[in-house]
Design a binder for this molecule. Structure first.
Ligand code: B12
Length: 245
């Protein structure tokens, strides 16, 4: 396969120009600025220039650095894992659910544990949806139950059992200290313990979630930024059909 090498484009092709910003846990002075420059060099940026440096108080300083990235990446060698299914529109999804399931699909969703970000799960589930794409509540063949944020995994599992959910949707936005990995593992372990894991379609989403990560964690699919209700609903009816025919 032919190599497809790329590096960042600034003003001209292959100049590698990038901008990065970071904070150092030291007060701003000339040594801190030189430290920022040296760090950029170590990160593989040639000719780094500290174009902005600011004291952000109490022993912290903030930097913006320009430089030329010396690395390039060969796109032809990369493999991206993503769920294989056709994305249908809302009408197509409703029709397929009616035809295949002959009842409404039950979807229970939540943003779990300490994570308070409701906007992601709302974007997928709420009537008004996101960016012009209506959410699952607007699909007449889907019974969508959005439990909101900061929902204990135990409560999500209990609700899924009570509602006889076909699908569980989980949102994880905060990934600091890999808290999302602990939360997602806890949920999947609980489902396993209840003997439910293979009976439900388990989907996770969030800005730092990839399909690859989701699969590694034993989930059926993972969705990142710019996901819409129709992406998830298409996957779910595709997966349900695969399992039940
Ligand atoms: C609004 C916001 C808040 C609001 C949330 C209000 C609410 N009701 O949701 C408030 C003020 C509460 C908040 C609090 C905090 N926040 Co905040 N917040 C944001 C902000 C600015 C926007 C998030 C948002 O609304 N995005 C819009 C939605 C539509 O996008 P999305 O969530 O990515 O969802 C899409 C996809 O990811 C996907 N998706 C998401 N979930 C799901 C689920 C499924 C099943 C599927 C299929 C798809 C899917 O589909 C969606 C639509 O395409 C982001 C920064 C940013 N610009 O993203 C920080 C951000 C998420 N917050 C952050 C942090 C750190 C916090 C705090 C910890 C801050 C603090 N120190 O207190 C607290 C968290 C408290 C807690 N216990 O969780 C960090 C997270 C860093 C990280 N990776 O861990 C961010 C990235 C800011 C930053 N750069 O530091 N925050």
């Amino acid at each position: 396969m032919n190599a497809q090498l790329v590096k960042p484009y600034g003003d001209t092709l292959d100049d590698g120009r990038v901008q990065l910003s970071f904070t150092l846990p030291v007060a701003l002075d000339e040594v801190a600025k030189e430290g920022a420059k040296q760090l950029a060099l170590m990160m593989g940026l040639n000719e780094p220039a500290v174009v902005h440096a600011e004291d952000i108080g109490q022993g912290f300083s903030f930097f913006i650095v320009y430089g030329q990235c010396k690395h390039q990446v060969d796109l032809s060698r990369l493999k991206i894992s993503k769920p294989e299914y056709e994305v249908l529109d809302k009408e197509g999804i409703n029709q397929l659910i009616a035809e295949k399931m002959q009842r409404r699909m039950v979807v229970v969703g939540a943003c779990i544990e300490t994570d308070a970000h409701t906007v992601g799960i709302d974007a997928i589930m709420n009537m008004k949806g996101f960016n012009g794409h209506k959410g699952l509540e607007s699909y007449h063949e889907i019974r969508a139950i959005n439990m909101g944020a900061q929902v204990d995994s135990e409560d999500l599992v209990a609700r899924a059992i009570e509602e006889m959910a076909d699908v569980i949707l989980v949102s994880q936005i905060v990934t600091q200290k890999n808290i999302h990995l602990d939360n997602l593992t806890k949920l999947s372990d609980l489902l396993e313990a209840e003997g439910l894991r293979d009976k439900v379609i388990l989907v996770v989403g969030g800005p730092r979630i990839s399909h690859e990560l989701a699969k590694e964690l034993g989930y059926d699919a993972g969705f990142g930024t710019k996901s819409y209700a129709e992406d998830v609903a298409s996957f779910c009816i595709h997966e349900w059909t695969k399992r039940n025919t």
